[in-house]
Ligand binder design. Structure first.
Ligand code: NAP
Length: 295
């Protein structure tokens, strides 16, 4: 069993850290809002007041944070991880931050600290059940060393060198953003043609967007979007996708369009809801522009 630190106890971090504690690892947790550590300490995890204290003596440190600026803060901020990680330890970065943030972080850590980027596909149910798909970048040897710990959380896939896991995750979430906003636009197009919503959803279920439609249908029909993945985080992901594409000279038009829908929903106050509620936001926009045209 390994001595681990886990930083970032949000929607995903709590169930992931819980699995590590319950599988017998010696885990010390840290979170910016300390009260979120309570379910973990109740199960026997240690608790630290600062990231550096959590990482002191740990063989590996897992980070599961919101975005690149949170990662910067936790690793290089006051009493951050970099202050206490030493040669031979590994930082396993599991947030969605993109390959640039991962590579920059790795280049600034003390000599001899290994980094694996290991962002995940799947959401709270998969984090709870240990069935996440884990997209791992980094040296083969470090991957082999930490594969058994990653297997507590899900199915790791070695995607390539440092940054490959983070890049693969952007590729995955590009499709998520484009398909959820495409569902919203398809439903909006149906609405302006006064088509029956249930018949439209039956038809859409048979299209290439069918899987997404089937997932979002009960939420749209029930008018409730239980929170699994914050819309603001999906906006962040699509910004990372668009920025990465732009930096490489790639004209990623669909990614930009999806990002713009998400960003508009976030600006309108929908950021703390589930990302799938962007479909309802798009429908609402269509209804309000139709009202404008009538008046
Ligand atoms: P979340 O519930 O919003 O949790 C975010 C975590 O980051 C919290 O622990 C939060 O601390 C911390 N944080 C934010 N800003 C910080 C800062 N400036 N300094 C220190 N800590 C900070 O997010 P989540 O859903 O767990 O997602 C975590 C990561 O996994 C994100 O990168 C997300 O894109 C990715 N992801 C999420 C899902 C999903 O379905 N939810 C699926 C796959 C991947 P506080 O508790 O103090 O706010």
């Amino acid at each position: 069993m390994s001595k681990l630190a886990f930083c970032g106890l949000g929607q995903m971090g709590v169930p992931m850290a819980t699995r590590l504690v319950e599988s017998g690892h010696d885990v010390t947790v840290w979170n910016r809002t300390p009260s979120k550590a309570e379910p973990l300490t109740a199960r026997g995890a240690g608790h630290a007041d600062f990231p550096a204290d959590a990482a002191a003596g740990a063989e590996a440190v897992v980070t599961m944070l919101a975005d690149p600026s949170a990662l910067e803060e936790v690793v290089f901020g006051e009493r951050g991880l970099a202050a206490s990680m030493s040669s031979g330890s590994t930082l396993i970065e599991m947030s969605t931050v993109g390959p640039d943030a991962v590579r920059q972080m790795a280049s600034r850590l003390p000599d001899g600290v290994e980094v694996l980027d290991a962002p995940v596909r799947g959401s709270i149910p998969q984090a709870t059940e240990g069935t996440l798909v884990i997209l791992v970048g980094g040296p083969e040897e470090a991957y082999r060393r930490w594969e058994p710990v990653l297997r507590v959380l899900g199915e790791p896939v070695h995607a390539g060198p440092l940054g490959a896991g983070a890049a693969m995750k952007l590729v995955a979430n590009m499709t998520l953003g484009v398909s959820i906003t495409a569902v919203g636009e398809a439903l909006a197009l149906a609405k302006v043609h006064d088509l029956d919503p249930a018949t439209v959803l039956d038809m859409l279920s048979q299209t290439p967007l069918g899987r997404m439609v089937d997932q979002v249908r009960p939420k749209l029909e029930g008018g409730e979007f239980p929170l699994h993945f914050r819309l603001a985080l999906a906006t962040k992901d699509l910004r990372l996708v668009s920025d990465a594409a732009e930096a490489a000279g790639l004209d990623a038009r669909l990614s930009r369009a999806a990002r713009d829908w998400m960003a508009a929903a976030e600006s309108a106050g929908w950021g703390d809801g589930d990302y799938s509620s962007v479909t309802a936001f798009i429908l609402e926009q269509v209804a309000s522009s139709a009202r404008h045209r009538e008046s």
